[in-house]
Ligand binder design. Structure first.
Ligand code: PLP
Length: 408
């Protein structure tokens, strides 16, 4: 028998079985495609990767797409290809390059800035979208600023017009972190075609998955050539080209490059997933509409990123709790939902308050108030194409029950 007492307080859970926060939707097409690749004898970067790059570039309306093994790799390559950081004389003079980004993101966005020995400069976020607040960027630009990495949080596009205007004014490179934003469009422009470079993630929980994987798109042929070489040891010819029927070709090492290439096994998953991406989005849009409708009258819940006139990738469904209206903290609500057998998550804790960033850059509480306020109150609900209607109803019932119980 169901009661209004949350399971965490001794009541009966909304669901008998646990609903995962995320589950990839794969079928016989992916299975067949991977088996085909395994049987082809060519496992690493080869014809499937080339095909995936071509199809993804078309989807992203970008001139070029380079497939890599993660979005982190794509972001790192973008910074290296743009010549950011790593200039020892500059460091000796205390003149390290700076890259502007947001503290409301996954650690990879800022970690790669540290990897190239540049300094991340955080700018606080907009409370409605949790995207970088474009009105606060200019005050952070100095003579050391070389790039801006906007993150399209949850799949909602950043205000790219303003970012590109600032980039033009101060001669900055723009690298979009589109880990959440494979399908996103900004006023009719496809993310992936807008700025200097755009990094996508195909991690297991992403809208398009290759288990692990990523893509870097650009409209610049010069950058594309550089990225391709950097992504595979800095070699002038990749294995696919070297072993071609035209005869063996030697390679030259042009840079001390990285091992970031995508395999054909991953690409064979990616091709199948890309073919379904818009259908998957329609399914998630249906779930989002159900959540929006259910929560619109709940005063203790603020829905994040619901803005008009854009194409939202609906990667995450994020709500912010007005904790002053509740007798429970966000973490208590998280635990209560888990006890109702609903998987939940947090995207993200404030990045600048993680131990490394506190110690290395001296950040402390109060540095980015909007991010910190949100980071204590947000939670992400299950949102994936394989959710059944009943699953969505269960999530709604659990949220209503838990929030109702703890409301003041
Ligand atoms: C905003 C953001 N950027 C970058 C990444 C890194 O992606 P990957 O795991 O493909 O390296 C993630 C991963 O979740 C992310 O959420």
């Amino acid at each position: 028998m169901k009661t209004n007492i949350p399971a965490i307080e001794g009541g009966t859970a909304v669901r008998e079985t646990f609903l995962s926060f995320h589950q990839a939707l794969l079928d016989e097409k992916e299975e067949f495609s991977v088996i085909q690749t395994l049987r082809s004898g060519w496992l690493t970067t080869g014809p499937k990767t080339k095909q995936f790059e071509a199809e993804f570039a078309k989807y992203a309306r970008s001139e070029h797409a380079v497939a890599v093994n993660s979005c982190t790799a794509a972001l790192h390559l973008a910074l290296v290809a743009a010549g950011i950081g790593k200039v020892e004389e500059k460091e000796e003079k205390g003149e390290k390059d700076e890259v502007i980004t947001t503290p409301m993101t996954f650690c990879a966005t800022a970690n790669v800035i540290v990897h190239v020995q540049a300094d991340p400069v955080f700018v606080d976020v907009d409370p409605g979208t949790l995207n970088i607040d474009v009105n606060k960027i200019e005050e952070k630009i100095t003579s050391k600023t070389k790039a801006i990495i906007p993150v399209h949080y949850a799949g909602c596009p950043c205000e790219m017009d303003k970012i590109l205007e600032l980039a033009k004014k101060y001669n900055l490179i723009v690298i979009e972190d589109a880990a959440h934003a494979t399908e996103t469009e900004y006023h009719g422009k496809k993310v992936g075609s807008i700025s200097d470079m755009t990094a996508f993630s195909f991690y297991a929980t992403k809208n398009l998955t290759t288990a692990e994987g990523g893509m870097l798109t650009t409209n610049s042929t010069e950058l594309e050539e550089k990225i391709r070489v950097l992504a595979l040891h800095g070699m002038s010819k990749d294995a696919w080209k070297r072993y071609s029927p035209e005869g063996y070709q030697h390679y030259d090492v042009l840079y001390p490059g990285y091992k970031y290439n995508m395999t054909d096994i991953q690409a064979s998953l990616g091709l199948c997933q890309l073919a379904k991406i818009e259908d998957f989005l329609k399914l998630r849009q249906k779930h989002v509409a159900a959540y929006d409708e259910a929560f619109k009258d709940m005063e203790a819940i603020v829905r994040i990123g619901r803005i008009p006139d854009i194409k939202h990738a609906e990667h995450l469904y994020v709500i912010m709790l007005k904790t002053d209206m509740l007798n429970a903290s966000r973490d208590k609500v998280l635990s209560a939902l888990q006890k109702e057998n609903i998987g939940v998550s947090v995207h993200f804790q404030a990045l600048h308050l993680h131990p490394y960033y506190r110690q290395r850059f001296g950040f402390s509480e109060g540095a980015f108030p909007v991010t910190e306020y949100a980071a204590e109150r947000i939670l992400s609900l299950p949102l994936y194409p394989g959710l059944a209607e009943q699953d969505v109803c269960d999530v709604i019932e659990a949220v209503r029950k838990v929030i109702g119980y703890y409301s003041k």
